[in-house]
Design a protein. Sequence first.
Length: 438
Amino acid sequence: MLDLAGRLSEKFFSTSGGELHVGGVPIRSVVAEYGTPLFIYDSRIFDAKWDLLRRTFPADFEISYSVKANPNPAILRQFLSKGCGLEIASAGECQLALKAGCSVDKILFAGPGKTETDLEFVLVRDIGEIHVESLLELKRISAIARKLRHQARVAVRVNPRAEAQGGAMRMGGKPAPFGVDEENLDDVVGKILHDTTLEFRGIHLFTGTQILDHEALIRQYRKGIEIGLSVARKIKRPLYTVDFGGGLGIPYFAGDLELNMQLLAGELDVLMREVRKEPLFFGTGFVLEPGRYLVGEAGVYVTRVTDIKISRGKKFLVVDGGMNHHLAASGNLGQVIKKNFPVGILNKLNREPREEVDVVGPLCTPLDVLARNVELPAAEVGDLFVVFQSGAYARTASPLGFLSHPTPAEVLVENGKARLIRRRGTYEDLFRDLSCHE
């Protein structure tokens, strides 16, 4: 039976002579042109995941890609070309969205700690919706809208009670800096309705992420419908939007099973038939904000073995990139116990595992471990080590400045050709944000 790395290679990529190909392009040819370490993405996988998502969710669901999963402008443009909206979490992401060509009305802004500068930036541009996280934030939005003399479109992000929870990373249903607790929702909605500077649009459900169980997702969606209906009854009109957030997961670790989209589609069909019978949902738009589900499986992180050493009977493969580029793979992004991402020696994928090793990066910290006690073919200096499932929350979620190594390049393979979509950082880049007096 293939391990997870083998299954991913077989499903999404291809091999020839034991070498991994991305989008039909041998990775060694990409490395020869752009060096290591680097991230490589396959545009065909973005397309395939989008198509599957569109087949699974009814047509009255709008999809807004979550920019934080991977904000590279080339990726944003690919989804925008399909009619996708964008969900942002900062004014910086708003700038990326606008530069990528996103229409302002298709931008949604969620996230705690929005500053007055952030809020004014998006309000001046009149984006689609701001999702309110607190009463103080609501006051700030109102004051800025009054100064600008136009209405701000707002929805309320709701931290629901615990019965809606699920997923590998439970987020809602407990004390959190995100969203408004469900029990305080009526008070916040009331304040919005009595403020002429604000237009109340709807709710945004804040629950869990990395969910691989379709039943857990349906429970969350039903909770969102329940909350939305309760609010609609109180205000005596349909909501404009009910935003279910993201949450759809991908398999990262041994034993993980894929989210069953066929079963999810069946349950969604039942749920939405119920919803469409309710007059207070007539005209309501439903929103989904996937990130990792669309891009996670399309990316690989490639490093080169630079040293092999044995310390007290333990073999270590030292590679030229590590947790500074891929914090999640090192286990330092939320894991309590380190579990390995699917990995391999990408020029020896047809060889049987021969040895148990730790794969470590070049950083001067014991935290810099990309794989621990992993079985791999016998490695040599110069071999290429690959981390699968690296399209989301990899480069963008990592401490790129730690120990001042150059940042990794990003390459997109489309139509059988590889092109650079982010250049490799240089040592000169390290000094560009320093004072001119340094």
